[in-house]
Design a protein around this ligand. Structure first.
Ligand SMILES: C[S@@+](CC[C@H](N)C(=O)[O-])C[C@H]1O[C@@H](n2cnc3c(N)ncnc32)[C@H](O)[C@@H]1O
Length: 290
């Protein structure tokens, strides 16, 4: 049976899951983070509780807390039916079974709901829709997108490319997870989009992540401006046009490219700058400045 959802449902992951899906290190947490399609994930709330700031954007935030809670209740039924019918899509070790999964997700979404009204007042939950983001160029250091792009290939190549270009306009680095669709297969779209981004002068690296709950979901895509001598050799597992994944060869590593490393160093320095300027929110939101 294939994993089928009628639409893109609001369903949220936890802070720890975000850290594992995106290989977020301590140095990443302090930078200016944008979460695209964050929905009811607990990441923003948990980051805020730890003294870090994330701006999340999602069309869901056009709704009230009560309306979102109601949509979560309906999504819960639909998603859990699909999870139970497709248990082989997941690796049940850190989470033992569908019941535990349901509790982990509900806890994360409860955290989100508790934070939502306050976060909205503080401009941390913004209602908007990819591929258009209401932020100035360069407003963020890191833009994340979890369980939206590539998970629903039916959104089409134009939507994917436009969304990634828009994320790269507002942020200096973009990370996307997962790179598989609802059936845990890498869609051919991934190879096409990577090819187009590389031809436009971006370095796209496929990096192994700590998260391995989703079958075949052991990679995230990292995109930064500039070309790397390694980027053209990095390919995705089972894309039809993929001649073979060098990362699967013995001894191959997933170290970030030299370009990415120097960028990470800059992020680290920015983190210190931000801590030094405590209380100053460097996130410039176009809406607020006009
Ligand atoms: C499956 S949920 C993932 C939520 C969260 N990122 C996570 O991983 O826990 C997908 C989210 O994408 C949002 N979404 C759908 N279309 C979108 C768009 N065009 N731009 C931004 N978000 C969108 C949905 O509202 C939903 O909240």
């Amino acid at each position: 049976m294939s994993f089928a959802l009628k639409s893109i449902v609001p369903w949220g992951r936890s802070f720890q899951e975000y850290r594992d899906m995106f290989n977020l290190g301590e140095e990443d947490l302090g930078c200016r983070i944008l979460g695209c399609g964050d929905g009811p994930a607990g990441f923003n709330a948990a980051m805020n509780a730890r003294g870090f700031r994330v701006v999340s954007c999602d069309p869901l935030y056009a709704h009230s807390r009560e309306e979102i809670a109601e949509r979560i209740r309906s999504a819960r039924v639909e998603v859990m039916v699909q999870v139970r019918a497709n248990q082989s899509n997941f690796v049940w070790d850190s989470i033992r079974d569908p019941d535990e999964l349901e509790q982990v997700r509900l806890k994360a979404m409860h955290e989100f709901l508790l934070d939502y009204d306050q976060g909205k007042k503080e401009g941390r939950y913004i209602s908007c829709c990819l591929p258009d983001l209401p932020f100035d160029a360069g407003s963020f250091d890191l833009a994340l997108c979890s369980h939206l792009l590539f998970l629903y290939p039916r959104l089409g190549p134009d939507f994917h490319l436009d969304s990634l270009r828009e994320m790269l306009r507002v942020s200096r680095e973009v990370r996307v997870y997962p790179l598989v669709d609802l059936d845990c297969t890498v869609p051919p779209l991934v190879g096409d989009i990577l090819g187009q981004l590389r031809r436009s002068g971006y370095t796209c690296s496929l990096e192994r992540v700590r998260s391995h709950f989703l079958r075949n979901g052991d990679r995230m895509l990292r995109i930064v401006p500039g070309t790397s001598p390694h980027s053209s050799r990095e390919t995705v597992g089972n894309c039809p046009q993929d001649p073979g994944d060098p990362s699967k060869r013995e001894g191959a590593s997933f170290s970030p490219s030299a370009c990415t490393l120097s960028w990470r160093k800059m992020l680290y320095m920015r983190q210190y700058e931000r801590i030094r300027l405590q209380g100053v929110d460097p996130t410039r939101i176009r809406r607020e400045s006009t």
